[in-house]
Design a protein around this ligand. Sequence first.
Ligand SMILES: Nc1nc2c(ncn2[C@@H]2O[C@H](COP(=O)(O)OP(=O)(O)OP(=O)(O)O)[C@@H](O)[C@H]2O)c(=O)[nH]1
Ligand SMILES: [Mg+2]
Length: 489
Amino acid sequence: MRCSPRRSGEKVAGYRTRYDHARSRSAQAVNSVNSSTASRPNDTIAAIATPPGGGLRGVIRVSGPRARELVRAVWHGGTRPELSRRALLEGRFDDGRGTLPLLLLWMPGPRSFTREDVAEFHLPGHPALLQSAVARLLSAGARLAEPGEFTRRAFHAGRIDLTRAEGVLALVFATNESQARAARALLFGGLEARVQAARAALVDARTLVEASLDFDENDTGHVPQGEIEAVLHTAAAALEQAQEFEAQRAPERGLARVVLCGAPNAGKSALFNRLLGRDEALVSAHAGTTRDALEGTLELAGATATLRDTAGFDAGAAGPDRAAQRIAERSRADADLVVWVVDAARAQQAALADERAALDSAQVLLVWHKADLRPGPPPDWTRELGCARILPVSSLTGAGVDALRSALDELLSGGQGGLGRETFLRHTRALAQAQTELETALLSLRAGLALELVAEDLRRATDALDEVSGATAPEDVLDRIFARFCLGK
Ligand SMILES: Nc1nc2c(ncn2[C@@H]2O[C@H](COP(=O)(O)OP(=O)(O)OP(=O)(O)O)[C@@H](O)[C@H]2O)c(=O)[nH]1
Ligand SMILES: [Mg+2]
């Protein structure tokens, strides 16, 4: 979020005051609304920042005015840590019951992500140890951070705009390389820079228009129409660049990708046909029927996805079968969601564990297929096999297909697929709105309409851009975005 307009060009510098006052008033209003509801700036917050589960190292992040005091409270040993400037310090963390080896990353505000004093405690990654270290920090005066609260503080402090916060979120949810790339483009400020360039030109144009209001054509202060038009064209070009950036960032933003995979003969092609309601894929008792990946569009209640049928797993494949394996691997690598089809009649946990290990996909739904051959609920191996769900389905009878569709819908709408689309729509709608207002301003100017109307169009265009950057995004939009963050981010 930018709370003040960027510096306008030299030419209009003398005219800036009226606009600037109005702008900084509205920015203050926005700030006070945002901070009154979402963040309690006097609190010092703490949370485990590394993903749940064991790891070699675990990180606890602390941010707020009492961070320094907390570091001293948990610092073990005679020497006091030197916290006057940014530092990486080695020491021991005293959690009240014992001490742990500690690497402390100390980042005093305002040169930190949240602009507050920030401490990162790098500790042994055992969950129980990290929990007890957090408990110690809480008892020393920290409050447990809400999901996304660190990023929200950075946003309220003007450190990042909303598009960059969305980039952080998208990166957390990214399940494949192209999503991670699209997320990083946002996170590194690609859209923010373009939006701010367009905004700066709009501010310049509006300043010129408002300055013209006070002068007649013959006055020395009068700004020729051509000059205003030129600045409007600069704004239009910058806006176009922002729109192009979004279009390129997420080329396949419209559709989430679901890929069917599994052992030969598990019934992937039968399920493909069943989900799409047509008989397109070859189904046969011969193992290795599918080679080329077949694609169709899967319409769900809340999401639309492309559905791909792929060749069955075959580690020893050669020739064209090897090529089919590569196509399947690529499809899985690009998938938002992998549907792993397992023949329930033959399923054994050990063999499935091997299949899962070879399947390095982040989000997996296991279809306990041919459930007609093995009645009864499927075993609950979600944890052992690292699957979001295990659902019994029979493509032969159609049993379980509706439940599968609902689960797909839920996983796609909740995860990166839904998130990516939502973010993209938020940006593109507001950018399109800004473009419409800008075009109206240009037409009004050329038609010789009252300059007050032109200034009003330009103000609306700027407002639309401020929605993208979050400066004037409504609180419920902010809540919806930040609520999706994980703890510790
Ligand atoms: N009983 C039963 N048989 C099924 C079901 N779905 C598929 N089959 C049978 O399982 C066999 C394999 O089906 P496919 O859909 O061709 O299997 P696939 O996983 O695509 O196989 P490949 O393409 O060779 O990897 C066929 O004989 C199907 O008729 C089901 O739900 N129940
Ligand atoms: Mg097949």
